[in-house]
Write a protein that binds this ligand. Sequence first.
Ligand code: ZN
Length: 315
Amino acid sequence: MIRLDKNKYPIERRYINKRPNVRPGTRLKTGSPAFFVVHDTGNPGADAEAHYKYFNSQTDRDASAQVFIDDERILEIIPTGTGSDPAERAWHVRYNVTTDNDRFGYDSNDTALGVELCYGSSYKDGKLIRKIDFNEAYKRFVWYLAYCCDKWDKNPSTHIPSHKQLDPGRKSDCEQALASAGKTFKDLITDVAAELASPIRPPDFVKLPAVVAQHLIDTYISPAWYESQRAGDEVGKMHFHNLANNLRMAAGIPLLPGKAALPIQKLPKSNVQELIFRWLSPGWFKAKADGNIALANQFNANANHLRRAAGIPIE
Ligand SMILES: [Zn+2]
């Protein structure tokens, strides 16, 4: 199968100066991007260079995005993690919208990249100043999103919301720019999947059984959280909170009672290693020493459920 061509277009990196609420310089909560919000600039004829200049001198508005794509270039003006610089926050979806929290468990600004499509034409005194070739810009936009999905193991059909989907009362991007060329949001997702050359690529991990996730949370993670609480260890509390939530997301269990479950997420390998090292492996050794083979097998079975949920070979 032909895989994504990772060198099809160059990714240019020229970063704007750090300033609060434009480029705060803080890392994404998830380290690497958790999803990709597609925008258009709402500013016909303004290209990536124009937006670099605008945001580099911007001081009076809480707005920005990491990436601007036009018919000539893909320009990252805030680090995204595609290169050697770790991904940083930008301000591209209002914090008071809840659709991103419901769908992904986080605010977009804290965990997602904002990817902006430059489009349209600008005029001055009736004269054409800049016409952005839609097809060339769109091809780069599609490829960049596919590149990100490939790099961070995300699914185009679940991990690329539009700004309009997240904030339908106020926003109509990037659907409005797509519509200017007769395309729909669904076309965009289909094209990104096709660019990945894996529209039917099966996931390389298996959903964690909900009973296994709940058992591990109740037996080990909750007690560890309470232990951190007693010790006044905030870092430990946050760690075990995130560990439990990662198991819930791998098992399709809602993060909060009464909320919908999020799309199934692959379990991080480091979580599997920790759970096995800290609890399952000692349990297995003790059961073995006690001659309790059934219990030892249970520890081994749970370790293998975790391995499958992270896409690593079972033992
Ligand atoms: Zn937007």
